[in-house]
Design a protein around this ligand. Structure first.
Ligand code: GLN
Ligand code: ZN
Length: 757
């Protein structure tokens, strides 16, 4: 029988109940029983919703108190020694200490590292492996969840992260060794998990191996065969799931592994279908991920159905239908959005709606189109309205995009000519000091914004309060003796939302939360239509700041790639095209700032690197358009106007050419945590423009000393000539408080003076 199933469901709840419960527990306001009660209720509710939605198999074990990779570490007993675990089952407080460094009970210890889950904005807790790592089952949670689901009569399949992906995503601690060598010891533990599930009466288990869509070294490929041969005799039927891209050169490997089923993601890589069908053994089930689990667009059911029908013809009942990946990356329920425009809303689907789509597709396949005629009709109508709407297509934007040429992407002269002009015009000292943009977002600022949003204070009152904040920021910076000042970004709730709210083509939800890490959620804007700038977005604030001082004030913008990267992006044209539209809107803003006398303008691109495709072969194409979009936004200015950019997360070594190609006059980067390694990369490449290596790690509670900064900069001069060095923190200061900021920045200025002397 064709089955409709799901790979994973959002965890937080309609109103982010899990977030509030977790944070309440961490603050000691909620007991552990109360927390567990909230979690279990959510879990049951989510199961119920999926079952009532008509799914044939529901994932169990996708719910997590913090993160599913951490769940795996705990299940397998991978607990770093510093947490003092002495065997037996890991309790919830140890679990939270691993995630956050502390909990309501137990000694504080350095939290485990957290990093991005593939190319999503979800962050997982990195497993830490010691040499001689022992794996031994240390949690019952998964098994208890299975029992709970069974008691509720849920048709279910437990979900596990597969052994190879688990190893791949982890990190070796202590003496270096090849983590793949741990597989031998890891497999018996997995086997035990499967055995236990088997005893519980489980039939199907979902094993996620998303690394099968990456470029894998030969020994890792070989290890797949070994691992799955080993696990094959568990007696369970295993659905091996892959997502976020094409299997590519791993297609044969994935098809041939001894598992009962294989899941592929057709939304991110539709082209892989034929190859997979050709390689699929005649007894294997193919689960087709056809509803996009990572975006919020309503599925074009007719188009999907046509694709599925060709598969159905070949596979018959061996076809399963599913979302492309776990719905973890998508908001919960569209029906909660009461404020969205009706037409726009008809184009969207959140997790709950996506389940309905999967089920409708299955029904159309098994019972015929008539069985779901109304659903198909509504989907077709939504597609038509989206295609024809003048909200998605603005002729003037289209004309402008078509006219973009190489010239628009190039500054008038090369860096050395510009640098000369800028030196004469800006007259900055050697080792100029500056900051990355934001100053502390105090409770006062947030309160004013809340009151303004609720209509409790007028726009004028809000403006005045923000101006007072800007004034304070300027006065403080003058007091510290910084060279290039910023207005402090008090008026910005979020660096993407602030721009999205003012650009045409963006929409915002009320409840469209997506888990970012632990209890933290983000609410990405939706880019649904052609992007255009109705009026200047930042000019008044920056102009005001500049009017208060004789020093230069640096204008502050979020770059096109970052705006794209941190939004839900329309899927009816290429990301490159959408990005270029944003770039053009920003270009106008840059020129307006320049017109207003702002001669230093920073275009932040913290998300530039995270947009890199998972496969190296696709890097060039991405970098080409991403670089070009940045250039288009920046290149319109005169020689003497100085363009800055900022990126936080290091790991630039392999994209350094693209970073140089941005041709920003100055780049400020995070270096304090990478111990100068990054600077060496800039030096090895002979990075031609100016660099501000971050000398103050704003994520660390400790403040730098003059000597530390002097030392860091002296080290930097080994690589980069002094006249091309800036001195600045490594990121924005919005999460710090004023006393810390004052101390750190005064230290920075003192270090600059010492260096100049
Ligand atoms: N200008 C932004 C700020 O200072 C940059 C933030 C970022 O790099 N993520 O807050
Ligand atoms: Zn930053």
């Amino acid at each position: 029988m064709v089955l409709a199933h799901n790979l994973g469901f959002p965890r937080m709840g309609d109103k982010r109940e899990l977030k509030w419960a977790l944070e309440g527990y961490w603050k000691g306001q909620l007991s552990q029983e109360e927390l567990i009660k909230v979690g279990n209720e959510l879990q049951n509710l989510h199961w119920k919703r999926q079952k009532e939605g008509g799914l044939d198999l529901i994932p169990v074990g996708d719910f997590s108190w913090y993160d599913h990779v951490l769940d795996m570490s705990v299940l397998l007993g991978v607990i770093p020694p510093r947490f003092g675990h002495t065997g037996g089952n890991v309790d919830l407080n140890t679990y939270f200490r691993m995630a956050r460094g502390r909990s309501i009970q137990g000694k504080e210890a350095a939290a485990c590292e957290m990093t991005k889950w593939f190319n999503t904005n979800y962050h997982y807790i990195v497993p830490e492996f010691q040499s001689q790592q022992i794996f031994s089952l240390s949690s019952n949670i998964l098994f208890e969840r299975v029992t709970a689901a069974q008691e509720l009569g849920m048709p279910m399949k437990p979900v596990l992260l597969g052994p190879l992906s688990f190893l791949w995503l982890g990190k070796v601690k202590g003496d270096a060794f090849d983590k793949l060598s741990l597989l031998e010891g890891l497999l018996p533990a997995y086997s035990q998990v499967l055995q236990q599930l088997k005893t519980q009466g489980v039939e199907w288990v979902q094993i996620d191996e998303p690394i099968l869509v990456l470029d894998l070294p030969p020994d890792w490929k070989a290890a797949f065969k070994k691992a799955y041969d080993y696990l094959a005799n568990s007696g369970l039927k295993c659905l091996l799931t892959t997502y976020f891209g094409a299997l590519g050169d791993n297609t044969q490997l994935a098809c041939q592994l001894p598992t009962a089923g294989l899941h592929i993601d057709l939304t991110s890589a539709p082209e892989q279908l034929i190859k997979v069908l050709d390689g699929l053994p005649s007894d294997k089930i193919l689960s087709v991920g056809i509803v996009d689990g990572r975006n919020i667009w309503r599925n074009d059911l007719e188009a999907s159905l046509q694709q599925l029908e060709t598969v159905h013809k070949r596979l018959g009942d061996r076809l399963w239908v599913a979302p492309s990946c776990s719905l973890l990356h998508c908001p919960m329920d569209l029906t909660l959005e009461l404020g969205l425009d009706k037409e726009l809303k008809s184009w969207l689907a959140f997790a709950v709606q996506k389940i309905e789509e999967v089920v409708a597709l299955k029904q159309a396949l098994t019972k015929g189109r008539e069985a779901v005629a109304a659903t198909l009709k509504a989907s077709a109508a939504a597609q038509a309205s989206r295609r024809q709407s003048n909200r998605t297509h603005r002729p003037e934007v289209r004309t402008r995009i078509a006219s973009v040429n190489e010239k628009l992407a190039q500054r008038c002269h090369d860096y050395s000519t510009r640098a000369q002009a800028q030196r004469e015009y800006l007259k900055l000292p050697l080792y100029p000091t500056t900051t990355i943009g934001s100053f502390p977002q105090t409770a006062n600022i947030r309160k004013a914004r809340q009151e303004f949003k609720k209509g409790q204070i007028s726009a004028q009152e809000y403006d005045e309060q923000m101006k007072a904040e800007i004034q304070k920021a300027i006065r403080e910076q003058e007091k510290y003796g910084l060279d290039v000042l910023v207005h402090g970004e008090a008026e910005r709730n979020d660096m993407v939302e602030y721009f999205g709210e003012q650009l045409e083509g963006f929409a915002f939800t009320q409840n469209g939360w997506v888990q970012s890490y632990g209890s933290r959620c983000v609410k990405p804007p939706i880019i649904y239509g052609d992007v255009a700038r109705a009026q200047p977005m930042t000019v008044e604030w920056i102009r005001y700041a500049q009017s208060l001082t004789d020093k230069w004030v640096k204008g502050m913008l979020t770059g096109p790639v970052t705006i794209l990267q941190w939004s839900f992006v329309r899927d009816d044209q290429s990301r490159a095209d959408t990005c270029l539209q944003i770039a053009l809107a920003l270009r106008d803003e840059v020129l307006d700032l320049e017109q207003a006398g702002i001669k230093i303008i920073q275009i932040d691109e913290p998300a530039f690197r995270e947009g890199l495709p998972l496969r190296r072969l696709e890097w060039k194409q991405y970098l080409d358009w991403a670089v070009r979009c940045f250039q288009v936004s920046a290149a319109g200015v005169e020689d003497e106007t100085q363009i800055h950019t900022h990126m936080c997360y290091s790991e630039f070594n392999d994209i350094i050419e693209a970073i140089a190609a941005l041709d920003a006059d100055v780049i400020t980067i995070e270096t304090s945590r990478s111990d100068g390694e990054l600077l060496a990369a800039f030096a090895a490449f002979n990075y031609p423009n100016e660099i501000g290596p971050g000398v103050y790690d704003i994520h660390s509670p400790s403040l730098p000393t003059v000597n530390q900064i002097v030392g860091l900069i002296k080290k930097a001069t080994q690589y980069i000539p002094p006249e091309r060095l800036w001195i600045n923190p490594d990121c924005g200061l919005k999460t710090r408080d004023w006393p810390e900021v004052e101390s750190a920045l005064c230290t920075m200025v003192a270090a600059a003076q010492k260096l100049r002397a």
